[in-house]
Design a protein around this ligand. Structure first.
Ligand SMILES: Nc1ncnc2c1ncn2[C@@H]1O[C@H](COP(=O)(O)OP(=O)(O)O)[C@@H](O)[C@H]1O
Ligand SMILES: [Mg+2]
Length: 215
């Protein structure tokens, strides 16, 4: 379960951005929609505890993120929240396997070669296991980023604009991959995107209308 209440954020020199009170249950799949600049990326980062709200709270299950000290929050995020960033943020010099192993290590989880391998197999990229991330095509790198986000079997899976610049067939493939992976973990899925096609594949929608940024 993922819950926001009275949530606002303010960038340095920016106007406060207000987010709706919202609850997403386990296993639910949400499209976080809204025009460019409406706060989708900011909300994803708040949900992941990467930004600290100006006011209000994000809860993941029973845990309120603002009550965690920074090191605890990093570990909690690593353990329970998977994130596919818009720019993927793979470590370019590391192999695909090492990128996934690092995600386990940072979450304080033991090495698990079987789990890493089965995750790569499910995403159909086991043949890339020993390639370095910088050698991958954009599409391959995106699959690796999804694999890394789910290798710890998170409760929450977040993805930022994963279908941007993809054609119809590939956008659908990526959307289905995210839904399937979220289902495999019984995770709540939240996909932020201005791409209206997401409405076809994600059953629930939270819209950040224009005008959330206070005038
Ligand atoms: N690092 C930043 N510094 C200052 N303002 C920012 C920063 N990132 C985003 N903003 C502003 O916050 C608002 C929401 O941005 P964002 O969350 O990126 O929206 P979206 O992902 O929906 O396009 C916009 O007005 C944007 O200009
Ligand atoms: Mg964005």
């Amino acid at each position: 379960m993922l819950q926001t209440s009275a949530l606002t954020y303010r960038y340095r020199n920016g106007k406060p951005i207000r987010f709706p009170d919202w609850t997403a249950g386990p296993g639910e799949q949400w499209w976080l929609s809204g025009p460019s600049g409406s706060g989708k990326t900011t909300l994803l980062h708040l949900l992941a505890g990467l930004l600290r709200p100006a006011t209000g709270e994000v809860r993941v299950g029973e845990q309120a993120l603002t009550t965690l000290a920074p090191a605890q929050l990093d570990r909690f995020r690593g353990r329970h929240i998977g994130m596919v960033f818009q720019r993927l943020h793979l470590l370019p010099a590391l192999t695909v396997t090492a990128n996934l192993e690092l995600a386990r290590y940072l979450a304080g989880l033991p090495r698990d070669g079987v789990r890493v391998h089965s995750t790569l197999e499910r995403l159909d990229i086991a043949d890339l296991a020993h390639r370095r991330a910088h050698e991958l095509s954009q599409g391959q790198a995106q699959r690796v980023a999804i694999a890394r986000a789910v290798v710890n079997q998170p409760r929450i899976l977040l993805a930022d604009e994963p279908t941007a610049s993809l054609d119809e067939a590939n956008a659908e493939r990526v959307a289905r991959l995210l839904c399937d992976e979220a289902e495999a973990c019984a995770a709540t899925l939240v996909v932020a995107s201005h791409d209206r096609r997401l409405g076809r594949w994600l059953p629930q929608r939270l819209d950040l209308a224009e005008g959330r940024v206070a005038a």
